[in-house]
Ligand binder design. Structure first.
Ligand code: 5AD
Length: 355
C-alpha cells in the first residue's frame, strides 16, 4: 500500500477504489508510520515546525439540532444550558489577546437566537472584536445559517468558518442525524461559505457509528472536490446522554492515519490536532502533529462553564483556566520539537498582507 501513499505525495488523485484499499489497510503499523513521516515532511516543508494556536470561546451550548452523537443535542436531558453575554465574550477575547492569540474561534450550538435579525447579535460581537483588535482573525463555528447571515458575518469581518460535514455519504449522514436535518443543506451551506469568501473548514468524525472505509473514501473524494482551507477531524467519542452512548469510540490510530492522508492530499491545509484525540489517550494531539497536523485550539471559555460544553464524555482540559490550558498545550508542542506561533495563521493562499 505504500505505493498509494507515494502516489498521493506525487500529487496524484486516488480513485475511490484506491482510497478504500488504502484506508482499509490502517491496521498496518508500518504503513501508518510511513504515511505519518511523509505527511510530517509535507507539513514542515510549508509551515516549518510552527503550530498555529487558536483560542476557542464556546459561547453557548444551546442547540436546536438533535444529532445522535452530540452531548449538546436538543434532547440531552442533563445538559445545563448557558449563553455568554457579549461582555463575557469580549472578556474572553481580551484574555485571549493578552495570552497572545491572534485567532479567536467562536463556537456554539446552532440557535435561532444568533441567526435572528440577519445574525445581528453575532455580527455585533464580530464587529466589536475586530474594532478592538484589528490584527485578530475570527473563525466562526455556529452551524447552518441562512445564507444572508453568512454574508452579514463575513461583511462584519469574520475570516473563517468551521462547519464539519460529518460524513460525505448522504446515506451515512442519515444514520447520524434525525430526519429533519438535511445533508444537502449542510453541503449547500459549505459551498455558500466558500463562495462568500470565508476560509472554509468542513470535517468529519472518524469512527462514527456506521462509518467504514467506503464512507471515509467519500470524505477524501469530497475534500479533493471541495478544496477546503481547513479540515477538522477527531475520533467519535460516546456521550452518555445520546442515542450513541454505547457505541465504541473511534480509533486514535485510524484518525491519525486519516490526518496524514489528508495532509498528503492537500499539503497546504490547516489541520488541527483536535481535543477529541486526547479523550482516550494523553498524547493524541502530539501524535497528530507528528502525523501532519499544524493547528491546535486551546480553550478560552470562562472557567466554571467549560464543564457544560461537553460534545462527548472524557473531554480533557475542562478544569484548567485559559492560561493553564495554553501553557499545557504549548509545552506538549515544544516537547516534540515544535513552536507555538503567534499570528493569524491563515491558509498559505489566503495570507493577508500587512496584518
Ligand atoms: N464525538 C466526537 N466529535 C463530536 N462532535 C460532536 N459530537 C461529537 C462526539 N460525540 C464534533 C462534530 C461537530 C464538532 C463541533 O464536534 O464533528 O461538528
Amino acid at each position: 500500500m505504500k505505493h498509494l501513499v507515494d502516489k498521493l505525495e506525487e500529487n496524484h488523485e486516488l480513485t475511490r477504489d484506491e482510497w478504500v484499499r488504502l484506508i482499509s489497510s490502517y491496521g498496518d503499523e508500518d504503513l501508518r508510520e510511513y504515511a505519518a513521516s511523509r505527511a510530517r515532511e509535507a507539513s514542515t516543508a510549508i509551515f516549518g515546525k510552527n503550530i498555529y494556536f487558536r483560542g476557542i470561546i464556546e459561547y453557548t451550548n444551546f442547540c436546536r439540532n438533535d444529532c445522535y452523537y452530540c452531548g449538546l443535542r436538543l434532547s440531552a436531558p442533563d445538559t445545563t444550558r448557558y449563553r455568554l453575554t457579549p461582555e463575557q465574550i469580549m472578556d474572553c477575547a481580551d484574555e485571549g489577546y493578552r495570552l497572545g492569540y491572534r485567532t479567536i474561534v467562536l463556537q456554539g450550538g446552532e440557535t435561532a437566537y444568533f441567526e435572528a435579525k440577519n445574525g445581528k447579535r453575532m455580527v455585533d460581537i464580530v464587529r466589536a472584536i475586530k474594532t478592538k483588535y484589528s490584527d485578530v482573525a475570527i473563525t466562526l463555528s455556529m452551524g447552518e445559517m441562512k445564507h444572508e447571515v453568512y454574508q452579514a458575518l463575513f461583511d462584519a469581518g469574520a475570516d473563517r468558518y468551521l462547519l464539519r460535514h460529518e460524513t460525505a455519504s448522504a446515506d451515512h449522514y442519515k444514520k447520524l442525524h434525525p430526519e429533519k436535518m438535511s445533508f444537502d443543506n449542510r453541503m449547500a451551506c459549505l459551498q455558500k461559505l466558500r463562495d462568500i469568501g470565508f476560509q472554509a473548514g468542513p470535517g468529519m468524525m472518524i469512527g462514527s457509528p456506521g462509518q467504514g472505509a467506503e464512507e471515509l473514501a467519500e470524505d477524501m473524494l469530497f475534500i479533493s472536490r471541495f478544496e477546503p482551507h481547513m479540515v477538522g477531524m477527531g475520533p467519535f467519542q460516546p456521550h452518555h446522554a445520546t442515542p450513541f452512548h454505547d457505541q465504541p469510540s473511534g480509533s486514535v490510530e485510524l484518525t491519525l492515519f486519516i490526518v496524514s492522508l489528508v495532509r498528503l492530499l492537500r499539503p497546504k491545509l490547516l489541520l488541527p490536532a483536535t481535543t477529541a484525540l486526547d479523550c482516550d489517550v494523553n498524547d493524541g494531539r502530539q501524535r497528530a502533529i507528528l502525523a501532519g497536523a499544524n493547528v491546535i485550539m486551546p480553550n478560552l471559555s470562562p472557567e466554571g462553564l467549560k464543564k457544560n460544553y461537553l460534545l462527548y464524555d472524557n473531554k480533557p482540559g475542562i478544569t484548567q483556566s485559559a492560561e493553564e490550558n495554553l501553557v499545557k498545550l504549548r509545552s506538549l508542542v515544544e516537547e516534540i520539537g515544535y513552536t507555538m506561533v503567534v499570528g493569524r495563521g491563515d491558509h498559505p493562499d489566503r495570507v493577508k498582507e500587512g496584518v
